[in-house]
Design a protein around this ligand. Sequence first.
Ligand code: DGJ
Length: 557
Amino acid sequence: MRKYGLSLALALAGMGALALPAAGASATATSLPHLERRGEATQLIVNGRPFLMLAGELHNSSSSSLAYMKPIWPRLEAMHLNTVVTPLSWELIEPRPGQYDFHLLDGLLAQARAAHMHIVFLWLATWKNGMSSYAPVWVKRDTGKYRRVIVRGRPVEILSPFDRATRAADAAAFAAVMRHIRAVDGQRHTVLMMQVENEVGVLGASRDRSPAANRAFAGPVPARLLHYLETHKTRLNPDFLRYWRRQGEKTQGSWAQVFGQGARAGQIFMAWYYARYIQAVTAAGKAAYDLPMYVNTWLAGHGQPPGMFPSGGPEPFVQDIWRAAGHAIDIYSPDLYASNFSTWCRRYHVNGNPLWMPETTNGPAAAGNVFYDVGEEYGLGFSPFAIDTPFRYHLPHGREPWNFGAGGGYQLPTLAASYQMLAQLWPRIAERETHGQVRGFALNSWPGKTEFNLNGYRVHVSLDEIFGHRASTGFGLIMADGPNRFLGAGRGFKITFTSLKTGEPVGLAWVDSGHLRAGRWVPGRRLNGDEDEQGGAWRFDGMKMHLEKAEVYRMEK
Ligand code: DGJ
């Protein structure tokens, strides 16, 4: 068993799903894109089948013009993307109150379909990067009706989550968008998911000090929140739990009495009110068309106080507050540009929250990180930011390119190559991950190593090295492929196996390169000699991407 705390609801949902007819049967083929727990993984089901979003997020302003977008789609298709994550702004959808303009939305759908692509829309509405620049001008102008956050006594360019009029206007526009998507895409399923707002939270202070916010802060902490905290103590974020305990673990009182006076109290307070607002907007959208919906997070930098990063966004420290505030939001996601990629993935892949990476670093790092994300965390998909900017590659600092990869010259590690490989492997991954039989890794610095149990063996992965030549990065995944057999993909690493019972090394019976054609394994070269270290290690050299199968054996006594 791997690492999930399964809620009863998810478990029941998963059991129900498993009882459905086989993928492709009419009952599932017509269902909406939805999340489903299948064994050890939560999967996005599209047209009855698990779907892996091999995605990328556009620059913020690209999709505001269909003409600008036109030449971009074929480039993205050539990079093996199957999904584009694209802004859809409130200002362009509702230029005048109550008058909706869907021509951009319709045009983007048509362009995506022509390029055989799916879409995840970013509903940039009340907030984007903490600020409110994407709200329509009739909202921005009317500060009497649509009130602002107050920081150091002055209203700032951030709409206040305490304002019911703003919330109602945003929810109405979002519901109209979802009704329209249902009408034009309810049978096609080009649109897979919706992001509601973008990187929310107060910037410049830990909390809003508008009159409405001050009144709420002086009032009692809502009983619903405290009840949730009390009844979920065993699964609360450990840093949050420690903080609450240090404040006396009180179960009633004002915000300051329960959570203290400092910036953390402000962050917890804002988390509750942003969450209440966005849960309501999300619920309004879902009532119109029930697609999976998520909220993304601007992550705190090391040691930064709330306010330096948007205070109240669903950072791990306050994610439980968001969960206590409602059930409409399906996923909380990190926007992950930090170098400790796996640590942040694990912080979000907890308590039944599936990992969806809506924004992350592009370039060679992405080529490797996607293997960790999909292979190790069973991610729903991966989406580097600024995907419409051609990435300029630099040769890695290590010893590549060197010439011990028989069968072809050095190829740069690209996201396109990783996506192409994952697309080929996905049906196998989708099936194997439900049994917890897939592991992924991205090794970034010497001596990069990892090890784990899989298919009855201890698997030792390290950066590739032969005759003193070392790979400087390595990434890939490996899965069980029948008794004693493994299927692996990636580059720049090698694998040895030991017996789980004795700890003794286990031999390689054979290693084949190959590919999958319509899901069937087509073997290529038998790899031996230098290619498998004379039988000593299963090597995936750093020259290019590999797909290989291996069998291990134990000596009979
Ligand atoms: C994070 C935001 O969510 C994106 O929309 C974009 O502004 C990037 N930052 C810029 O790097």
